[in-house]
Design a protein around this ligand. Structure first.
Ligand code: SF4
Ligand code: SF4
Length: 340
């Protein structure tokens, strides 16, 4: 579909229309922070943010979700599966977060197909939003991501000042755009050039990090002392993993309050916790912070590359900003590159 244009003052009308036809999930301000939440209309949707505190990952891989329930008083002992999500539109996801969803696809829509994840993924249309500015912690360029491109999105919108450039990228996007066609006009051909200018600050101001050679170095660094040194200041709080749009480790928890009804939940887990991967019988293959810190960075920059051909970091900068002791992946990348 040819590029479209949306007048700035029509955005709210577009979101209102989207919300009439499906669940709309969009960035809002709540207690001073930007978060993605289901909204009933375009009212209160914020756009002047560089990145949300938490990624929209929760709408594909929630922090906790009920998988099924059972009732032992039911003679059939049938397992009751949870109902799926409604058809929905995720609006305002930034290019780094859209890329992170493609990385989650590699895990949950691959050899083992995860129905809980796929239900949410297949029923969601993604309208991404280019970045005109970036945070001081952003470094998506290190991973080949551009603030003005969003592979994996169905529609990409870019703020051009007086209007939005609307690029319809997939069939899902075409269907959604068709429902709002009265608000969209054909781009006059100036949109692509204007987009380049609009996203230039986000490209230029982000951290200048390169991952060239990092994987090859890490291949020989399993026993390197850097992990013990770096882990000294880690508090094992897990914040870095919970704010990360690509972290996807989980635990399975069964809950039964001494009644006949029981539930099984999937709950996000963190490789930075002492109980992570502790096996029955008490064996813990990663008994200290040294092994746990190594696991976090090796998984993102080495093991994921070996398995899926991509890094499990998109340079969103959230862990750089939120770690209470400033232990961040950008620093680690630079330190690994210095190893002789
Ligand atoms: S590791 Fe840090 S910078 Fe990379 S995607 Fe996760 S939170 Fe963002
Ligand atoms: S946020 Fe920082 S202190 Fe907390 S677990 Fe991660 S690296 Fe350690």
């Amino acid at each position: 579909m040819a590029n479209k244009s949306l007048k700035k003052d029509q955005l709210k009308n577009l979101l209102n229309k989207v919300a009439q036809n499906s669940q709309l999930i969009a960035p809002i301000q709540s207690d001073g922070i930007t978060l993605f939440r289901p909204v009933k209309s375009g009212e209160g949707v914020v756009l002047e943010y560089q990145n949300s505190v938490m990624p929209p990952k929760d709408y594909f891989f929630p922090m906790s979700e009920k998988m099924f329930s059972y009732d032992t008083s039911d003679p059939s002992w049938a397992i009751k599966l949870e109902e799926g999500v409604p058809s929905r539109v995720l609006f305002g996801a930034r290019p780094c977060d859209v890329k992170s969803i493609l990385l989650l696809d590699k895990v949950f829509d691959a050899e083992f197909r995860d129905d809980l994840y796929l239900d949410k993924r297949n029923k969601t249309t993604i309208i991404a939003l280019s970045c005109n500015e970036c945070r001081h912690t952003c470094f998506c360029g290190a991973f080949g991501i551009s603030p003005g491109e969003a592979e994996g999105a169905d529609i990409l919108m870019t703020d051009l000042g007086d209007r939005y450039l609307v690029e319809v990228l997939t069939e899902k996007g075409e269907k959604l755009a068709a429902t709002c066609s009265d608000l969209l006009t054909d781009d006059d051909g100036s949109g692509a050039g204007a987009k380049e200018k609009a996203v230039a600050p986000a490209k230029e101001k982000q951290l200048n990090i390169s991952i060239e050679g990092v994987k090859a170095k890490l291949d020989n660094m399993f026993d390197h002392p850097i992990w013990a040194t770096e882990s000294l200041r880690c508090m094992g709080c897990g914040t870095c993993t919970f704010v990360c749009p690509t972290c996807h480790c989980f635990d399975i928890v069964d809950f039964n309050n001494q009644s006949s009804v029981g539930y099984r939940y999937r709950c996000a887990d963190s490789c930075q916790f002492g109980n992570f991967t502790r096996a029955a019988g008490g064996h813990q293959p990663r008994p200290s912070k040294t092994e746990r810190i190594r696991q976090r960075f090796m998984h993102k920059l080495r093991y994921f590359v070996d398995r899926y051909g991509d890094t499990a970091c998109v340079g969103c900068g959230r862990c750089l900003e939120k770690c209470p002791v400033n232990l961040d992946i950008a620093q680690i990348i630079n330190k690994v590159k210095e190893v002789g």
